[in-house]
Design a protein around this ligand. Structure first.
Ligand SMILES: [Zn+2]
Length: 330
């Protein structure tokens, strides 16, 4: 055998993506697999698809004379790493409590690790992306929700292994703010996520601030998406622009607080909604400047993630021990 590869898998609400990753971070992607068929939302059905994708990748590795030593799974939600199960996933509720990693390990006879998707993102960006060589930083993923991770001293922060850590999305930036899916009010996620953009557009319509145009029509037909809000902002719609300004304000406020607490000055922001970078980065810096109490805000570096969807695949493979020799997170 010429070397060791790991499989990295990113399991989302509707699709799973898997890839073979080598020690250098070389990546060979399996075609995207649809997971949540309307009539078949069962953990066993997901396991079957996962096994099929992994077996195909194992065959690919063998053809290249390589062996697969481990599989790393990235899943959104609260994860029990030790048990290899999902405690609570907002996107895949039917997976809650299911020992997915253990079942996959039994079936494939290969070691399987599982972690939160934001942690996998951060480990991927630290290994091959925007955070290479930066020992201390905050990772933020902007998608339907807001995910977060902390890298401290060159390692992923795992706290007391409570099943969550670095959850910047649930930092409260405005106690009187909009409700959050977690049950509290005014979390960062309630201001800076794709869902927050859609809810903000609906509120703008109800308040009469948005009275026409493509966004108005989409909201009325139930087809509102974060992307549609972005396109409206790009074409100069004031209500849409205000939503991105609020996103930047909330991100700047949360990062300023974290930088002060931790004595650090770097953040890496990724996720699908971060494609709207130019719309929120100005307000983010303004807010960071306004809310920084100790740090000179001019020295803060807010970086755009580089790896896109590959970050979670590389990170999941790395979390399963690839390239680190000892299985340590580095
Ligand atoms: Zn929350």
């Amino acid at each position: 055998m010429k070397g060791s590869s790991h499989i990295g898998v990113d399991i989302g609400g509707t699709h799973l993506r898997a890839a073979l990753v080598d020690e250098e971070g070389g990546i060979d992607r399996h075609p995207v697999v649809k997971t949540a068929e309307q009539n078949d939302k069962r953990p066993e059905a997901l396991l079957e698809k996962l096994v099929a994708a992994c077996r195909a990748l194992i065959r690919t590795a063998e053809r290249a004379g390589r062996r697969v030593d481990a599989v790393g799974l990235s899943v959104a939600g609260k994860i029990d790493r030790t048990a290899g199960s999902v405690l609570f996933s907002p996107n895949i509720p039917w997976l809650n409590g299911y020992p997915l990693a253990g079942k996959l390990q039994e079936t494939l006879d290969v070691s399987v690790a599982m972690d939160n998707d934001a942690n996998a993102f951060a480990v991927g960006e630290a290994w091959k992306g925007a955070a290479r060589g930066i020992p201390n930083w905050v990772g933020v993923t902007l998608g339907t929700g807001v995910g977060g991770a902390l890298f401290l001293g060159g390692r992923l922060w795992t706290g007391d292994n409570l099943g969550f850590e670095g959850e910047i999305g649930h930092m409260i930036v405005d106690p009187a703010g909009p409700p959050c899916v977690c049950g509290l009010r005014g979390c960062l996620e309630a201001h800076a996520s794709g869902s927050a953009l859609c809810r903000g557009a609906r509120e703008a319509i109800e308040a009469g601030r948005l009275t026409g145009g493509a966004l108005f029509d989409l909201a009325r037909s139930g087809g509102l998406t974060a992307e549609a809000v972005f396109h409206s902002a790009q074409s100069g719609d004031a209500a849409a622009l205000a939503l991105f300004e609020r996103m930047g304000w909330a991100l700047g406020l949360a990062l300023a607080s974290l930088f002060t607490v931790l004595g650090i000055r770097h953040a890496v922001i990724g996720g699908g909604v971060s494609a709207a970078w130019d719309r929120f980065i100005g307000p983010l810096h303004a807010s960071l400047k306004k809310h920084s109490s100790m740090l000179d805000p001019e020295t803060a570096e807010i970086l755009h993630a580089k790896l896109g969807d590959d970050a979670a695949l590389l990170g999941a493979a790395r979390l399963a021990g690839l390239g680190s020799g000892t299985g340590e997170r580095s």
